[in-house]
Write a protein of this length. Structure first.
Lengths: 329, 322
């Protein structure tokens, strides 16, 4: 792990749960990771693994009153975001930490113009004059490479294509020059060609503004192309974390290995059998206390391994994993 | 002889407007597509959203009434056949949908869902149908004990297995698979793809495999057709297409795939702009028009019928993209 001084965000033992009719459901079950300064951390995992809940915990946007952070700390800029009062959090959110979401159509207000929504993001965090707001809006629209920015400002979200809408979202998120951007599946709803444009745009702006990025996705291809560090989540926990080159070259946990092997590759022979992970992704009510990948690993676990949580430790230099002796070879 | 031959198929939808709600324009979702598909063959179909690939799939199984052109299936012209006359043919012509949650009736049990094809076709007695349902479930890797459960009780991958079981119930010859794995988790996708490959080998099925994930399409297909704005711009054997793409659009699509290997990062030739609307599409080569290619104008007056440039490798002969 990199020295603490070079991390912009340090998450320690974060536990987030939801109170439901069926009882308390622990969606994020004690995870720890750092986001290195100026770098991109990818969080990869399948649906229900807790990757979005992690993002909502950091930004304190958990659905209320059901979602709660039950333990752990999130250190950002010398503050613990878990303890910060909510009105203080509003000054940080959208200003120092920003977020973009998967579906820009639902994240944008359909009855307000793009310009008004951009202006809101500026005015909430500074006392600019009308002219200044307009000037910086146009500048930001140019930065995210939207053609004819003056005209687009007076349009509504439905008048824009999916890719353009995601650009507007990025413009809103970055207009206050945040130190940390959390992008939750920013390209999942887009075509591959537009996805490539958006990923490159985020990377360029990151370089220009020197910000750190958490990129949440289920697509290992996207992770491989843009991230520096990768954290793999499964069933509410981190199972492995390493530098991107290290992780793809030497995956240590059986789940990471299975995921990497199951993707059809462009150089594979057509119509041959793919390696597959057996079984299904567990639902939150079925999370086990011990190794959660045990039943899908195809490897025999002892009773003790099923009931005691394996420690998340460094198993090689800068390479950490949930050290189940069966799943980590 | 090919199982399916589609010639110059056009599928237009009227765009209505004005006080009298008259058709003021038409959306040319599929605009002159010719393809053929042999027995036990898989033809992959890729393209960006809105290019008309789903519409083409629906037109082929005759969930739509084609505007013009012809669809010949198993020796019969089914382009204009009435629903009643089509019914016996439907046995051999099935479809698997993208979202299994939306394509299975939530109020029907698995047994109801899987028996329905037999009931519609008036095949078998009650007892026989029951046995067939057990066999079908076994074939797609589900246990017979799930028969009385409802779709919501299953995970996405299991639901897609039920959708597949329904499609193969009547031992069809052709299945149109419309994005069959894009709604599934990564670790489950490969299970379902393997199942489709196994069933094809076992039953001699032909697939029209529609997807936007190019690596998935390449893995599943013998030949791949690339569609752009209602037209096919390139059609070639799968490996050939990926190794020697000829059309600029195919190259751009291939270039945009994020490869799951950090040692293969590269500078991309990014596509500009978005797919234009199929309402009043540009004349000539639509992709050349999007790229503002200097030679696009030449394509307007040209015959853009696909031409064979290598054995089995067909490409649209526009001067701007090839």
């Amino acid at each position: 792990m990199t020295a603490a001084s070079s991390s912009i965000l340090e998450v320690r033992d974060l536990v987030t749960a939801f109170d439901t009719d069926a009882g308390r459901m622990t969606a994020v079950d004690g995870i720890s990771f750092n986001v290195p300064q100026g770098k991109t951390l990818g969080i990869v995992g399948e649906s229900g693994c807790g990757k979005s809940v992690t993002a909502f915990s950091i930004t304190r946007l958990l659905p209320q009153p059901h979602g709660k952070i039950l333990g752990g700390s999130i250190r950002f800029n010398g503050q613990d975001l878990v303890q910060v009062p909510i009105d203080e959090m509003q000054k940080i959110r959208g200003n120092e930490i920003s977020m973009i979401f998967q579906e820009p159509m639902t994240a944008l207000n359909p009855v307000q113009t793009v310009g008004r929504q951009l202006a809101e993001a500026i005015l909430l965090h500074s006392g600019c004059s009308k002219a200044e707001v307009l000037a910086s809006s146009i500048e930001m629209m140019k930065k995210v490479r939207i053609p004819e920015p003056e005209q687009r400002l007076s349009e509504y979200p439905h008048q824009l294509s999916g890719g353009m809408r995601q650009r507007v979202m990025i413009a809103m998120a970055l207009i206050n020059k945040p130190k940390l951007l959390i992008a939750d599946e920013p390209t999942t709803a887009l075509d591959v060609t537009v996805q490539a444009q958006i990923l490159e745009l985020i990377a360029d702006l990151q370089k220009e503004m020197g910000m750190s990025v958490i990129l949440i996705t289920h697509d290992l291809g996207v992770i491989a192309q843009v991230c520096d560090e990768v954290a793999v989540m499964y069933a509410g926990r981190l199972v492995e974390q390493a530098g991107v080159f290290d992780l793809f070259a030497r995956p240590r946990h059986a789940y990471t290995q299975g995921l990497l092997e199951s993707i059809p590759r462009l150089d594979s022979t057509p119509k041959t059998k793919l390696k597959a992970i057996q079984g299904n992704v567990p639902g939150i009510a079925d999370f086990k206390p011990g190794c959660r990948f045990a039943d899908r690993s195809g490897r025999e676990h002892t009773e003790a391994q099923l009931n005691t949580r394996p420690p998340f430790v460094e198993i090689a230099p800068n390479h950490r994993a949930e050290n189940c002796p069966v799943c980590v070879a | 002889m090919s199982l399916l031959t589609v010639k110059n198929l056009q599928q237009y939808f009227p765009v209505r407007g004005g006080v009298l709600h008259r058709a003021v324009a038409s959306c040319k979702a599929v605009d002159g597509v010719s393809i053929s598909l042999g027995e036990s063959e898989t033809l992959g179909l890729v393209g960006e959203s809105g290019c008309g690939k789903t519409t083409l799939g629906k037109a082929i199984v005759r969930l739509l009434k084609p505007t013009s052109g012809s669809i010949e299936f198993d020796g019969h012209d089914i382009t204009r056949v009435s629903t009643g006359a089509l019914r016996p043919m439907r046995r051999h012509l099935q479809m698997i949908f993208q979202d299994p949650a939306e394509s299975l009736n939530p109020r029907h049990t698995v047994r109801d869902i899987l028996e329905e094809p037999f009931i519609v076709q008036k095949i078998g007695t009650k007892d026989e149908r029951r046995q067939w349902v057990v066999k079908l479930l076994d074939k797609v890797g589900l246990s017979a004990s799930v028969m009385d459960r409802f779709p919501f009780e299953f995970s996405g991958g299991q639901r897609q297995r039920i959708g597949i079981a329904r499609a193969i119930a009547l031992k069809p010859k052709l299945i149109v698979c419309d994005e069959p794995v894009s709604a599934l988790d990564v670790s489950v996708q490969s299970q379902v793809l393997n199942l489709l490959l196994d069933l094809q080998r076992e039953m001699g099925l032909s697939y029209l495999f529609i997807a936007h994930g190019l690596n998935v399409v390449k893995h599943m297909s013998d030949r791949v057709a690339v569609m752009y704005l209602g037209k096919i711009v390139e059609l070639a054997p799968a490996v050939d297409l990926y190794q020697n793409p000829r059309h600029a659009y195919t190259k751009a699509l291939l270039d945009a795939i994020p490869i799951a290997d950090p040692t293969q990062r590269r500078e991309r030739q990014l596509l500009r702009g978005d797919v234009p609307s199929p309402i009043n599409p540009p004349a000539g080569c639509a992709f050349g028009h999007r790229m503002k290619h200097p030679k696009w104008k030449e394509s307007v007056s040209m015959d853009l019928t696909l031409q064979e440039v290598a054995p089995g490798h067909w490409v649209q002969p526009c001067p701007c993209c090839t």
